[in-house]
Design a protein around this ligand. Sequence first.
Ligand SMILES: Nc1ncnc2c1ncn2[C@@H]1O[C@H](COP(=O)(O)OP(=O)(O)OP(=O)(O)O)[C@@H](O)[C@H]1O
Ligand SMILES: [Mg+2]
Length: 502
Amino acid sequence: MSEELFRMEGISKSFPGVKALDNVYLSVNKGEVHGLVGENGAGKSTLMKIMSGVFRSDAGKIYIDGKEVNIDSVSKAQQLGVSIIFQELNLCPHMTVADNIYIGRPPKKGPFIDDKQLHADAKAVLDELGIDINTHALVNTLSVAQQQMVEIAKAISRNCRILVLDEPSAALTDKEIDKLFEIIRNLQKKGVGMVYISHRMAELEQICERVSIIRDGQYIGTRNYKDITIDELVTMIVGRTLEDKYPKYERKIGEILFEARNIRRKDIVNVEKIQVRKGEIIGIAGLMGSGRTEIARCIFGADKADSKELFMDGKKITVNSPGQAIALGIGYATEDRKFDGLALGLDVEYNTNMAHLKQLSHFGIIDDKAANINAQKYKELLRTRTPSLRQTVGNLSGGNQQKIVLSKWLCNDVKLLIVDEPTRGIDVGAKFEVYELFNRLSAQGVAIIMISSELPEILGMTDRVLVVHEGTINGDLVTKNTTQEEILYLAAGYNKLEKKAK
Ligand SMILES: Nc1ncnc2c1ncn2[C@@H]1O[C@H](COP(=O)(O)OP(=O)(O)OP(=O)(O)O)[C@@H](O)[C@H]1O
Ligand SMILES: [Mg+2]
């Protein structure tokens, strides 16, 4: 019999205008990895913030080892052994790994920090988890994956028994996810109970015993992963059945709309040619760090290229800044909504209209009514969950923030839309709607360049795929004639001939 570690009962929480949680239940056993799923805005992060003392619930009870506890602050949660790894990591970038792990409670010799002990202790925690990172390294030199591992080590060094991982895999490569899973399995052996939030079903299947589903702040149920089919799970999540993952669509591809030649930037980008036709969707695949995003940033003028020649409708164009790109009808929905995409302190309406202020203005004055109608239109189109257009974007759930990033760019006169990881963090139902939207745009003649780490998405949505390896294009493939294996092969730097020779 598995032993219950903690339980949340009847948890409710309201924010102004939103009932985020209504009578929610969750129970996790010792050594269990418990999946928590639901659409964007369903209340997953809120529930976990209550568990870890970030928010206080309006009603409900929490039990640890069968005893009722009162978690009224983050430090209280930590005392009780509860830690949360947020998607936005919380380390001090200019301090060492060891300093971060023992921040606020370093080992001391008299009044002084015992540096030797500090690094020895930190190394012991990292070793125990099978993490190979130098304790003297500064956090700002680490990859996102490594920073996340430091966060986990920090939690474990505080003897955490309940660990919440909120979309931990969203920014990791496949290899890094494998490593994360290895660490999770080590924690399981120590009896740590974990809540694992993710929108990726394949991952949940690999790592979770049970999964709990919440929808619109309501508890829908808990299932053993092995007893449920993906279709059943998706139905529980969205409350209806989804027939297909990708909308069927016959695309009409026109003339060449956009061409980029000789894009070079240091030794990061070295691209001979990219051509996109009206109404075409091309994918850019490649491993993380291969230079996919950098290519997009050079085209958009966000980074300075050492050389580049761009053509729109056969005419040479100059793009030295994002402003120039936007004026020429090029949009770029970034992968990093926090730093590039959104003004988190401003409201939904402002953020939606940010990239189309020109169309919404007469003689330089913004037409408030048109701005409101436009923002409302995109809210409905993407089914963005927000109590009103006046809500501060920083208060929306992660996935709903991503929808705002997209809606910023989906204005009518964009000719070329570059989308970078467009469905990262977006739930299954909303993904389908984003894909439908891309199809609708393509029907209007918009060309789309879609950068994505999700190969099924590339295979399901694009007409052609460019595979990037170390900043160069190592394959230009017709999507319907290629396979996941071929793309991975080219992404790893092999070429076709070698493949045939094998
Ligand atoms: N600080 C806040 N102020 C106001 N509303 C909030 C706040 N935090 C969350 N909400 C609202 O509570 C609801 C639940 O949000 P939550 O972040 O828990 O969703 P989620 O299930 O984690 O979604 P996602 O998958 O997109 O991350 C949403 O409607 C959100 O806008
Ligand atoms: Mg969330």
